[in-house]
Design a protein around this ligand. Structure first.
Ligand code: FES
Length: 196
């Protein structure tokens, strides 16, 4: 009687790492993987730096968002008509009876039209929906929800002293002194709180 012989074949086993032997050089695939990762990180870093660069405000002097400076005749005397500065979107106002100096943001607080100074009525009037404001920017009537906003301003008097707008945006006290120079920061708007 024939005896069947059964032969089994062992599956190939991976070679075991020998103690004391270290793998030092990365494979070609690992090397490419590292290069790819570094490239992605570099691209992301450059993109983030570019976004931050464009997001940061960079205003030049004399450009809306920056500081406007004026001297001499450009500055209205106390009680004179407000002076419009269209490129800065503001009005220079030297209130009567030495009640103070301020720079009014020339945009209506209702829907953003540009109120005009009307000498006959001695007030600002908005051509769009009829809001009216005093010379100081205080609301008189109309749909505007608050008085005209103001910009932080620094004034220099003829005696060399300076004064600047306070946090509330109140007129800068002049005490009758002549102003020889002003600097209006259109990047620092002070919003009025309601009809005050
Ligand atoms: S935008 Fe000035 S009243 Fe409407």
């Amino acid at each position: 009687m024939a005896t069947a012989s059964v032969t089994t074949t062992k599956a190939a086993q991976p070679a075991e790492a020998k103690p004391g032997v270290q793998v030092s050089a990365p494979s070609r695939r690992e090397f490419l993987y590292y290069i790819w990762g570094a490239s992605i990180a570099l691209i992301l870093g450059e993109t983030a730096a570019g976004l931050i660069w464009f997001a940061l405000p960079r205003f030049k002097e004399g450009e809306f968002g920056g500081t406007f400076t004026y001297e001499g005749d450009a500055i209205p005397e106390a009680g004179a008509a407000p002076v419009n500065i269209p490129s800065g979107r503001f009005w220079l106002v030297n209130l009567p009876e030495n009640a103070g100096f301020l720079s009014l943001y020339g945009v209506c607080t209702h829907l953003g039209c540009l109120p005009k100074w009307v000498p006959l009525n001695n007030r600002f009037e908005c051509p769009c929906h009829g809001s009216k404001y005093q010379m100081s920017g205080l609301w008189i009537e109309g749909p505007a929800p608050r008085s005209l906003d103001r910009f932080k301003t620094t004034v220099t008097f003829e005696d060399g002293t300076t004064a600047e707008t306070d946090a509330g945006g109140e007129p800068i006290a002049t005490n009758g002194k002549k102003i020889v120079k002003i600097a209006v920061n259109t990047g620092a708007r002070i919003k009025r709180n309601g009809h005050v």
